[in-house]
Design a protein around this ligand. Structure first.
Ligand code: G3I
Length: 400
């Protein structure tokens, strides 16, 4: 893993603080919990502030977040939103485009690409020395492919046309960004959580099935981006009810190894869901099966990437203090397990503030209280979840 100048400086800062934190956790907690508290757009960083990236870098890891495109000043999680841009620069050492590299964003038609938004995001990231992960080269579900794909006429030789279409897409994206992107979610969420089977799309029906389609995406990415970490990304999680999903992912990963498909890591999205107010009790109940799953994955030689961390505050009262406390404890418990795995080097949050989280639109709380899934609240003030991430990073074993 190359250490950039930015990381080197961050590591020095982090090491200095880690020493302090080892000496006096109380002060460290105070230090980290003063992080970026303040109203929207506050550009000041309190003295003594230690970023999540600095804490991660001190252990050979990176902390980051997704980010979005937006019109200048738009009130969304965009680089063009000064308050959000400040937060990304202050806390992150890695970014990932939330939507703008997806087929639905860059493929208006079968013979066209539109990279304008993602190019603008990459330019901003480059200007701020922030590396970017690529998400994703194929979200293999009908509803997440462009409308034209499901209606596409693959002609007299459908398998050849489907291969051409997929190879052209993966190659075009990878060659456009070259070594600026060093990790790709090559395939996203191809496993049906209900029964562990693989989704079909018009593309895979034409090409001869989901496995050859998924394999071709990885083999093409390996040729087009030989420098990059190639990741299979999915949201199988540790909460009850995910056994079929985990089993389906394990079967897919075993198949990659059997067929010699170049896959380097499993992206563990980590959209975790609280199980009530007893966070520690939930962690104890969930940890065993989850470690068995992670042990099986890593025993096959796959690294792990935390790709989309956020917390759905289910089974918790509306009271903000009680909810934030339980979310923080659950986050800490989850990360303590995940960071026990030395191959975890990148931890990416799916957004830095509650204000722009996808969850509010996806699954609003029954009591109508706004979701609180991210490290910062909707006024850009740090929350206990942010301190929980900081503490987990500080407690994590250093990566060699
Ligand atoms: O950009 C268009 C806009 O022009 C249009 O007016 C508007 C209304 O139709 O839609 C906008 O696109 C939306 C896009 O988010 C940007 O806001 C899409 O409809 C909407 O489906 C899309 O939702 C995203 C979702 O993935 C589906 O792509 C969420 O923001 C994003 O957080 C979510 O992220 C996924 C990961 O990619 C994979 N893992 C799960 C995670 C959460 O679902």
């Amino acid at each position: 893993m190359e250490i950039t100048r930015r990381d080197g400086l961050a590591m020095l800062a982090g090491l200095a603080v880690t020493g302090c934190q080892t000496a006096n956790v109380g002060t460290a907690t105070a230090t980290t919990s003063t992080a970026a508290a303040g109203p929207l757009g506050s550009r000041s960083t309190p003295s003594g502030f230690v970023s999540l990236q600095s804490l991660a870098a001190a252990k050979g890891m990176r902390f980051g977040s997704c980010f979005a495109w937006g019109e200048p000043g738009a009130d969304r999680g965009s680089f063009a939103n000064p308050a959000y841009a400040d937060l990304l620069r202050r806390e992150c050492g890695l970014l990932v485009g939330e939507n703008e590299m997806k087929w639905q964003s860059i493929r208006p038609g079968p013979t066209s690409f539109d990279f304008r938004r993602f190019d603008a995001m990459m330019a901003w990231a480059d200007a701020n020395a922030l590396p970017v992960r690529g998400h994703n080269l194929l979200w293999h579900q009908p509803k997440w492919m462009p409308r034209w794909e499901e209606a596409y006429d693959f002609g007299a030789r459908p398998a050849r046309e489907a291969e051409r279409l997929l190879v052209e897409h993966v190659t075009t994206v990878c060659q456009r960004y070259g070594t600026r992107i060093r990790s790709y979610d090559v395939v996203n969420e191809a496993v049906n959580p209900a029964d562990g089977s693989l989704y079909q799309t018009a593309l895979s029906r034409a090409l001869g099935g989901p496995e050859p389609t998924i394999d071709l995406a990885f083999r093409t990415a390996k040729v087009a981006a030989p420098h990059a970490q190639l990741v299979y990304n999915d949201y199988m999680s540790w909460e009850p009810g995910n056994a079929n999903h985990r089993a389906g992912v394990l079967k897919l990963l075993e198949g990659f190894r059997t067929r010699g498909v170049p896959v380097d890591a499993l992206g563990v999205q980590s959209h975790i869901v609280t199980q009530g107010v007893d966070a520690q009790g939930a962690v104890r109940a969930l940890e065993g099966d989850w470690r068995r799953f992670l042990d099986t994955v890593t025993a096959m030689g796959f690294a792990l990437v935390i790709t989309e961390l956020d917390v759905r505050d289910n089974g918790l009262p509306g009271d903000v203090v009680a909810r934030d406390t339980a979310v923080a404890a659950y986050t800490r418990g989850y990360l303590d397990v995940m960071l026990d795995y030395p191959s975890v080097r990148d931890i990416v949050a799916w957004g830095m503030t509650d204000r722009y989280s996808w969850i509010e639109g996806f699954e609003p709380r029954a009591d109508g209280a706004r979701r609180r899934p991210c490290p910062y609240d909707d006024r850009f003030a740090a929350k206990p979840m942010r301190d929980a991430i900081a503490s987990a990073l500080s407690a994590a074993p250093a990566r060699r």
